[in-house]
Design a protein around this ligand. Structure first.
Ligand SMILES: [Zn+2]
Length: 366
């Protein structure tokens, strides 16, 4: 009986063991099914990685993620650059209401010269400014001046002029030469980014009143100059123009009128291009200004002595009770597509890239 009982007990133990083994074998597998499913899903997401060793799958996933992330970040600099270019063009953009400009609010120099008044110019019909040639529009009050700079952009001098203006939180009008704008677009973009008004001063600084100059050549000089500024800025310039050597030919004047471009002469010429030093420029401007009481001042950011003179000159203007008026255009110039396109072809540019040279080409070994 004992042996029969032992057999029964052994059988019961065996059954228990079999059930336990079955339970251990199959039930946990059901629990593990979830990770298997997850693994399968991962493999579906990464078909390329699925055929590879499973151990590399996470690395592949990171690589894929990195590749996806890398693509926008590769695009980002040019996007940012073009946005920056658009922004910089928008800042001096005449389309902005004058009331939005509050230079004193952002000025770190509490005692700065600043900008006392911003005027918006409707350039329809090509109004003329500067009493040396045009006397119809007398918009400046006593002690008011407009700072204007020609012939840039140029390395060293233009940035120095920009710094002097920034130190005094004041604004000016720039008339760049088209060729110079193509040589140093990044400097012209700094001018625009600083909130100054940017017009144009022909393509090659040719005398448009010369007897050798045909009407077509004069038109080309004007339009190519504006298109070159647009190409440099990535946005249209203000329809403000100054004739080289202040040589206003009647045909060119009529043409600018038809293009709704304002023509700038000046009220007082600094003659900075022939000054022997910075002090002479300061003396010339202040002597004329104290006599005339106000006016549009003609200077050149192209000239080294002008850049050197500007901190002192701005200080003298402030001390003398003069106030700076900024001139902006109501709307940007509509450049002519044939000149925009012709310029790009001339320069053999496959695309119009707004990216600075330093962003495109970097010396990594020397
Ligand atoms: Zn000039």
């Amino acid at each position: 009986m004992r042996s029969a009982l032992g057999v029964m007990l052994a059988s019961a133990v065996s059954v228990f063991v079999i059930v336990a083994v079955w339970f251990w074998t199959y039930s946990p597998r059901a629990v593990l099914a979830a990770p298997d499913t997850v693994s399968a899903r991962q493999a579906e997401r990464l078909p390329a990685a699925a055929s590879a060793k499973s151990a590399r799958a996470p690395a592949d996933e990171v690589e894929v993620t990195a590749a996806i992330a890398a693509r926008p970040s590769t695009v980002a600099p040019s996007t940012v650059a073009s946005s920056a270019v658009k922004l910089s063009a928008a800042m001096p953009s005449p389309a902005l209401p004058a009331a939005t400009l509050q230079p004193k609010a952002a000025c770190a120099n509490a005692d700065a010269l600043g900008v006392s008044r911003v005027v918006e110019i409707d350039t329809t019909g090509g109004p003329g400014f500067g009493f040396e040639h045009f006397k119809q529009l007398d918009f400046l009050a006593d002690k008011e001046v407009v700072l204007t700079f020609d012939d840039g952009p140029w390395p060293g001098n233009t940035p120095a002029v920009l710094k002097a203006l920034a130190d005094e939180c004041t604004k000016a009008v720039f008339f760049p030469i088209g060729k110079h704008a193509t040589y140093h677009p990044e400097i012209l973009r700094q001018v625009a980014a600083a909130g100054h008004t940017v017009g144009a001063h022909t393509w090659s600084h040719a005398n448009l009143n010369s007897k050798k100059m045909t009407e077509q050549q004069a038109k080309d000089e004007v339009e190519k100059g504006f298109s070159a500024v647009k190409l440099a800025l990535g946005a249209a310039p203000s329809p403000f123009f100054r004739f080289p050597q202040l040589q206003h030919g009647p045909a060119a004047m009529a043409y600018l009128g038809s293009r709704n471009v304002a023509v700038f002469s000046c009220d007082l010429d600094s003659f900075d291009f022939r000054a022997k030093d910075a002090a002479q420029i300061v003396n010339t401007v202040m002597t004329k200004l104290d006599k005339q009481g106000k006016g549009i001042i003609l200077m050149h950011d192209f000239q080294k002595h002008t850049a050197e003179a500007l901190p002192t000159l701005l200080g003298r203007l402030k001390a003398g009770g003069y106030k700076v008026v900024q001139m902006r255009a109501k709307a940007p110039l509509q450049t002519l597509a044939e000149y925009d396109e012709g310029l790009v072809k001339d320069m053999k540019l496959p695309t119009v890239s707004a990216r600075a040279l330093s962003n495109v080409v970097q010396t990594v070994a020397q």
